[in-house]
Ligand binder design. Structure first.
Ligand code: M6R
Length: 612
């Protein structure tokens, strides 16, 4: 949610900031702005994408080797030029960019209005910069102290960078709840919401912790303090991200590139963790906590969106392979409903970004009750990765498209390896089943590759249904989460209303929706419940619904009933979600493209949801 980038150093700031904003645009894209300092502080903002900002400044003074920039996903105040960041203080000597939500902003705003302040925007951010300047003047303190005092009054989440005309050699950054990374370059500093704008300039980064303030000076001094003024020692991490992973690499969209990366990303998520010949499955990141998992009376999986769907697959896997009861919870519900959590519970938190605010809050709640928290994150060094006791990175590489694709299959891969590792050590899985599964997992990347070859056929099906107004997705067992994920993917990028259901639940309500205009996608690869899924398909057919079936290669029976059939390679039932998801990703992608939608930046969405 919202992208922050700031620069101080010897170079011209504007090109660095704009390039950074383009990298961060996936986080929010309803407006963008920049503030540059070269004697006086100049501020330019525009509604719309970063390219609108570039048009706006084409005839403006963009000089200066210190600046801050922002791309927004609106929370307070509609997306327009005025609500865009940065925001000025009343004197226009200070400017701020902010990611997060100041929950007590209306109380603070009323107090400031009573003292005679006037506001231009509807944002919580403008309140914060007014407050900082008010403190600076009335309490006669320096800017760092004013920021500290102000942040002590704030309730909520923030990642901010403040620039001041009176301090041309200094930037101040601070965070709580929303991420902020500082890049330490050659005689320069960058600050950003994630490392993607920094990677071009340096691999040395410092991740700010909650309630920390960084003071970045032009003489290359980095000071970190808490908002209570306690000195902290910066810990420098080395980035492992590769620059080419942030480009489209010849694909029309990041989403398509990421779909096609899956044979590689699944392999990467298994690398060093699986040796089928030797019969070894071992996840180094959780080794010290394996006994906790083996002895757990219960596993609670917390996540949001697509990661929650991966969690549902995890439920089936863990219950099948480890016989440990599993509950899968929406993090946003879990955190507010006084859940029963025991010290011997193991909580698995799944998140691509590692920054999802609800998942983070749910982790903190479970931690406070003494549970062990295991993370499955994609972004290295992210807040969730740091908040958990142990975990496994998915190693899928940066996922830029807002619709999650390769992160999902990597999450399911990690969950499969985890369940197999725990099940084999616990003795809840037979040796023959264990070997069958680990040998087959090794074949999955190749089978994904083969599944991707179906794209032309899927494109043709997409063409038939691009004008549909509704879609129903059905699946049973391991294919139920696949149906949910297929429906989510379609609705978020094509804006077609889509529902995912366990196939047998259809007759309890959704069947009323079926007529000759309703496309029904049925994931029908099941072995155990094949006959039952056939009956569900018959029920749809009897009501003239259009059936698009995902089946196993060589299927005979479903083919007789379905209007369109997509055949995926045969695999173990537990591994089907990885393969069956691929055609659904492609179907959504092609439908969205044919409808003229912006698949990488769908309306109203943002890649990482760092607000409630
Ligand atoms: O970064 P996370 O995995 O925690 O994000 C969770 C959801 O916000 C995310 O999966 C969202 O549903 C995606 N847009 C799905 O494509």
């Amino acid at each position: 949610m919202c992208g922050i980038v700031a620069y101080i150093g010897p170079k011209e700031a504007y090109p660095i900031l704009i390039k950074g904003l383009h990298r961060l645009e996936y986080r929010g894209y309803d407006s963008a702005g920049v503030a540059l300092l070269n004697g006086n502080l100049r501020l330019y903002k525009a509604q719309g994408k970063v390219s609108e900002l570039e048009n706006l400044v084409s005839d403006k003074d963009i000089s200066g080797n210190i600046g801050i920039a922002h791309t927004r996903w609106a929370t307070h105040g509609e997306p327009n030029d005025i609500n865009a960041h940065p925001h000025f203080s009343p004197s226009k000597k200070l400017a701020i960019i902010h990611n997060g939500i100041i929950e007590n902003y209306s109380t603070l705003k009323s107090e400031l209005i009573n003292r005679g302040y006037v506001f231009d925007s509807n944002t919580d951010t403008e309140v914060l910069i007014h407050l900082i300047e008010d403190i600076q003047i009335n309490e006669n303190v320096n800017l760092v102290e004013a920021v500290q005092i102000a942040l002590n009054q704030v309730i909520g989440a923030y990642a901010i960078v403040v620039i001041s005309q009176d301090y041309p050699d200094m930037l101040i950054a601070a965070k709580k709840g929303s991420p902020l990374v500082i890049g330490i370059g050659e005689g320069e500093f960058l600050v950003a919401s994630d490392a993607t704008p920094i990677i071009d300039y340096t691999k040395n980064v410092v991740y700010l912790d909650d309630e920390e303030i960084a003071i970045l000076n032009r003489n290359c001094e980095l000071k970190i303090k808490t908002i209570k003024n306690k000195d902290k020692t910066p810990y420098v991490h080395k980035l492992e991200m590769q620059l080419n992973t942030l480009e489209k690499g010849g694909f029309e969209h990041f989403m398509l590139k990421e779909i096609y990366e899956q044979p590689r990303s699944i392999k990467d998520s298994m690398r060093g963790r699986l040796n089928a010949q030797k019969g070894i499955v071992s996840l180094g990141g959780i080794i010290d906590y394996e006994m906790k998992l083996i002895n757990a009376k219960r596993i609670i999986i917390i996540a949001c969106g697509t990661s929650w769907h991966a969690g549902l697959v995890g439920e089936y896997l863990f219950e099948d392979l480890t016989r440990i009861p599993v509950e899968v919870e929406y993090a946003s519900e879990f955190r507010y409903r006084n859940p029963v959590i025991y010290e011997d519970d193991v909580v698995i938190a799944i998140s691509q970004s590692g920054e999802t605010a609800d998942t983070l809050a749910a982790i903190e709640l479970a931690k406070s009750k003494g549970a062990t928290i295991i993370g499955i994150c994609n972004v290295v060094g992210s807040s969730i990765a740091r908040a958990t006791h142990a975990g496994s990175y998915t190693h899928a590489g940066p996922e830029i498209g807002v619709a999650s694709t390769k992160a999902f299959t990597a999450q399911v891969t990690i969950l499969t390896l985890m369940a197999l590792s725990i099940g084999s050590k616990k003795g809840t899985i037979s040796t023959s089943k264990f070997y069958q599964l680990i040998n087959e997992i090794e074949n999955i990347p190749e089978k994904v590759e083969k599944t991707l070859k179906l794209s032309e056929k899927i494109k043709a099906i997409a063409y038939e249904f691009k004008d549909a107004r509704n879609f129903l997705y059905l699946g049973r067992g391991y294919n139920f989460p696949v149906a949910l994920e297929g429906a989510l993917k379609l609705k978020e990028i094509s804006y077609i209303h889509a529902e995912g259901y366990p196939a047998a639940e259809m007759k309890h309500g959704p069947i009323a929706l079926i007529d000759n205009e309703m496309p029904v996608v049925v994931v029908a690869t099941n072995k155990g419940t094949y006959e039952k899924v056939l009956s569900n398909i018959e029920e749809v057919r009897a009501r003239k619904g259009k059936i698009i079936a995902i089946v196993t290669e060589g299927d005979v029976e479903v083919k007789k009933l379905a209007d369109y059939v997509i055949e995926i390679p045969e695999t173990q039932e537990m591994l089907v979600p990885i393969l069956a998801t691929i055609p659904l990703q492609l179907l959504s992608y092609y439908i969205a493209v044919m409808r003229g939608c912006n698949v990488d930046m769908p309306r109203n969405l943002a890649k990482s949801v760092t607000v409630e």
